[in-house]
Ligand binder design. Structure first.
Ligand code: ADP
Ligand code: MG
Length: 360
C-alpha cells in the first residue's frame, strides 16, 4: 500500500461522513483533521452526536467515510476494497465497546471467549491456548478463566473484553466509552491496564470518553464538536513548555513535586485553512453573533463582537457557571462527578471561570 505519511501512525485530513436518513443527509464528520502518533493514547471527548463513534468506526474499518483522506500505518483506507477493509479490521484492529455484551458471549467462559476470536483467525489449538493464557495474565484475570461473563463484575468483564480485543494481535486498539459503565476506581484500574498493555504490545490506543478525568491517563485529549476537531488538551510543565506526551509522567510519578509541575491546557485547533471553532457559550459571553471583529494585538489576535452583530451577553450564575461551561464544552449528557480534589487535573472549566473573572 502507499507509503506516504509514515511520520504519523494515523493521519486523517478533511474526513467527511454523510449518512442518508429518510432522504435527508446527516453530516456526522465535517472535514475532520486528526493525527495520532504510533504508540500514543488519544482520548476523544465531545457532546453526544458530535461524531466520535463515527470517527472510531472509520478508523476501525467498520464504516467508510464519504470523502477525505484516512491513512493508518501507511495504508490508505479509502482505497481499500471491501475484502481488504475486512482483512484490515480482522488483522490490525481491536475493539472494546461500552456494553460488554457487545464484546463477550455470555454462554462461553472468559478463556473460551478469547479463544473463539483466534479460531476465527485460523490458529492451531495449541497456539490459541498459549495466547489466551498470556492475555488472561496480561489483563490480570488468570483465576477467572473458567468463569462466564454473567458471573463477573463489570470491571472484570471489561478486562476480558480487552483481552478479546487483543486476541488478533492488533496494532491499534479502539475503545468506545470503555469505562462508561463502571465506577471511577474501577475505571482507573482499567485505564492503568490500558497503559500497561500499550507498552507491552506496542499498541496505539484511541478511546472515546465523556469523562475529563480520563485526561490524566491519555497522552492527549481531543474534543470533537459538530464533526470536527475543536480543541486539544496538552500537558504543560510549570515552566510553560509542553510536557512530553507520555502521560505516565503525570500519573505514575511518585513525587508530589513532579505532579505539581504539570498541568493541562486546552488549546483551540486550527485546520489547514486556518478555520477554528469558538464554542457557543464563549461566543455568547463575548456577545459575538454571526460576524466578529478580528484585531491583531500585541502578542495575539483578539476576536470580539462587531457593533452590527453584537448579541445580548448572557451571564451565567457564578456558582453554577463553571459546571455549565464544562458541560457545554464537553458533553450534552449530565455533568459527571467533580474533578479529583488533588488539583492535578485542571480542566477547561477552571480556566474558563478564571478567564471570565478576569474579563468582568
Ligand atoms: P457520538 O458518538 O459523538 O455521540 P455519532 O458518531 O454516533 O456521535 O453520531 C454523529 C451524528 O451522526 C449524529 O447526528 C448521529 O445521529 C448520526 N449518525 C451516526 N450513525 C448513524 C447512522 N448509522 N445512520 C444515520 N445517522 C447516523
Ligand atoms: Mg458514540
Amino acid at each position: 500500500m502507499t507509503e506516504q505519511n509514515h511520520e504519523h501512525f494515523i493521519h486523517c485530513t478533511g474526513l467527511v461522513k454523510i449518512f442518508q436518513v429518510a432522504g435527508l443527509e446527516v453530516v456526522a464528520l465535517q472535514g475532520l483533521d486528526l493525527e495520532v502518533e504510533r504508540g500514543e493514547i488519544l482520548a476523544l471527548v465531545g457532546p453526544s452526536g458530535s461524531g466520535k463513534s463515527t470517527l472510531l468506526s472509520a478508523l476501525g474499518g467498520l464504516d467508510r467515510p464519504s470523502a477525505g483522506k484516512l491513512e493508518i500505518d501507511g495504508q490508505n483506507l479509502l482505497k481499500f476494497s471491501q475484502i481488504e477493509l475486512t482483512a484490515y479490521r480482522r488483522e490490525q484492529v481491536g475493539f472494546v465497546w461500552q456494553q460488554t455484551t457487545r464484546n463477550l458471549l455470555p454462554y462461553l467462559t472468559a478463556g473460551q471467549n478469547i479463544e473463539l476470536l483466534m479460531t476465527l483467525a485460523g490458529s492451531s489449538a495449541q497456539e490459541r491456548q498459549a495466547w489466551a493464557a498470556e492475555l488472561l495474565e496480561a489483563v490480570g484475570m488468570v483465576e477467572y478463566a473458567k468463569q462466564k461473563p454473567p458471573q463477573l463484575s463489570g470491571g472484570q468483564q471489561q478486562r476480558i473484553a480487552i483481552a478479546c480485543a487483543l486476541a488478533n494481535r492488533p496494532k491499534i486498539l479502539l475503545a468506545d466509552e470503555p469505562t462508561g459503565e463502571v465506577d471511577w476506581p474501577t475505571a482507573q484500574r482499567i485505564l492503568t491496564l490500558l497503559r500497561d498493555l500499550r507498552e507491552r504490545y506496542e499498541l496505539t490506543i484511541v478511546l472515546v470518553t465523556h469523562d475529563p478525568r480520563v485526561a490524566e491517563w491519555a497522552d492527549r485529549v481531543i474534543a470533537i464538536r459538530d464533526g470536527r476537531t475543536s480543541t486539544e488538551t496538552v500537558r504543560v510543565a510549570s515552566n510553560g513548555i509542553q510536557a512530553a506526551s507520555d502521560g505516565a509522567a503525570a500519573h505514575s510519578s511518585s513525587t508530589a513535586h513532579a505532579e505539581a509541575s504539570v498541568h493541562f491546557e486546552e488549546l483551540v485547533v486550527l485546520d489547514s485553512a486556518g478555520r477554528l471553532q469558538l464554542p457557543g457559550d464563549q461566543r455568547a459571553l463575548a456577545g459575538i453573533g454571526r460576524r466578529a471583529r478580528v484585531e491583531l494585538v500585541d502578542g495575539g489576535i483578539l476576536i470580539k463582537a462587531s457593533d452590527e452583530d453584537r448579541i445580548e451577553v448572557t451571564t451565567a450564575d457564578p456558582e453554577t457557571d463553571a459546571e455549565a461551561t464544562y458541560h457545554s464544552l464537553y458533553s450534552a449528557d449530565p455533568p459527571p462527578a467533580p474533578a479529583p480534589s488533588n488539583g492535578r487535573v485542571k480542566g477547561s472549566w477552571w480556566k474558563l471561570r478564571w478567564l471570565r473573572k478576569r474579563t468582568e
